[in-house]
Design a protein around this ligand. Sequence first.
Ligand code: KMT
Ligand code: NI
Length: 182
Amino acid sequence: MVLAWYMDDSTTDQRLPHMSPGALVSMETVAALGVNHWKVNFESYETDGEFRKLREDEGYTYMDVIEISPKKLPSYDEKIKMFYEEHLHDDDEIRLIIGGTGYFDVRDKADRWIRIECSQGDMISLPTGIYHRFTTDSKNYVKAVRLFKGNPVWTPINRSEETDSHRARQNYIESFSLVGCT
Ligand code: KMT
Ligand code: NI
């Protein structure tokens, strides 16, 4: 089962769980934010019929693999910092974790951070316009399949006052009725 929880306010090491006591969040709460989760047979994802069908159904035509580790990822420190800056994208962010463990943090309707723990076999999609960030856990290792509809664009749009009125953000707020919330 995938675990999600509200984060504590501590600003120490981002790779620690930062779980507020008694703060588990259900996947229904997470789904209400437009975040979807599937279990995928990660060992045979390349040939797995279900995974292929999911890709076809959702139109995820592009696929590559990213290995996030100090040794494997060029400019590792810079990239880790970039992933952990609060941002949104003009497109959905879809990942299947095939190695290691990572945390996808997403903002809930009241602007609180929910941390979603993803390990081997967890596939997650974050909707266009959701504020989020990513980090590995203390083991500093994640291997993930990245999916995309069409030609991939990974550019993060970091949160600022301007991004609140960004079209992708506005569409997100309308779709998930966050109107009136921060
Ligand atoms: C992003 O945009 O937040 C990422 O690509 C995260 C790293 S992929 C597991
Ligand atoms: Ni992102």
